[in-house]
Design a protein around this ligand. Structure first.
Ligand SMILES: CC(C)(COP(=O)(O)OP(=O)(O)OC[C@H]1O[C@@H](n2cnc3c(N)ncnc32)[C@H](O)[C@@H]1OP(=O)(O)O)[C@@H](O)C(=O)NCCC(=O)NCCS
Length: 196
């Protein structure tokens, strides 16, 4: 593939089309609200969050879905070492309840996997529902020897090779390897002279 176009409009069955584009700083509030809604207040306690704490997502792999001007989906991928193999950890993936079953989740997944492959990444792992992720090629067998830094259900740890053999011999702990998250600094507000 050549370069990923910054915006893709997916064709589908409803009146309001959606767009998949790179995440923007201005998406943060809406993305956090959507994640709270989908995963609950204790989402920061989840095992996979340990692989994201204080890290930046992989370059080009933080995506947003927008429908009628509203953020309706989010997906991010993170650099990890998967038992000694360079890989990406996928998640969270979330789609707003009112925009589900329109293909938004699939569009986010397909865009992310296409970008990951085009950037030379060899493998993706995730913790999620196999019945959903199997359609994108994820399987438990590819992650059978991997561990996470906390409690997890073995059947939900899935892997996908973008390059054949990229997960061969992957065994042991999945460890975060991404760059530290850059804090977005607010520009100092300019004070206007007080009006009398
Ligand atoms: C999972 C999720 C991202 C799917 O988003 P979406 O935009 O509705 O996905 P798509 O439109 O691409 O696919 C919808 C199909 O996937 C199916 N599906 C959704 N979640 C599923 C799951 N956990 N297991 C199996 N199938 C699932 C739907 O039934 C639907 O099937 P249909 O096409 O036969 O109607 C969305 O339901 C969501 O955000 N859920 C809450 C957060 C979550 O659980 N995220 C991680 C998933 S493990």
């Amino acid at each position: 593939m050549t370069a990923f176009r910054s915006q893709m409009t997916a064709p589908f069955r409803t009146a309001a089309p959606f767009v998949i584009r790179a995440e923007r700083a201005s998406d943060v509030a809406a993305r956090e609200t959507l994640l709270d809604l989908c995963f609950g207040d204790n989402r920061h306690e989840r095992t996979c969050q340990r692989l994201r704490d204080g890290r930046a997502p992989a370059a080009g792999l933080a995506l947003t879905a927008v429908r009628s001007g509203v953020l309706v989906g989010t997906l991010r991928l993170w650099h990890v070492s998967a038992g000694g193999r360079d890989a990406l950890m996928l998640g969270p993936l979330a789609v707003a309840p009112e925009a589900r079953s329109l293909g938004v989740g699939a569009a986010l997944m397909n865009a992310a996997l296409m970008i990951a492959a085009s950037r030379g990444h060899g493998a993706v792992v995730l913790l999620g529902d196999a019945p959903y992720y199997a359609r994108f090629g994820f399987e438990a067998a590819k992650a059978a020897e991997l561990e996470l830094p906390g409690a997890f259900e073995r059947a939900r740890l899935l892997g996908l090779e973008l390059v054949e053999g990229a997960l061969d011999g992957a065994a042991g702990m999945i460890v975060a390897t991404g760059a530290p998250e850059r804090k977005v600094r607010r520009r100092k507000e300019r004070r206007l002279p007080c009006a009398a």
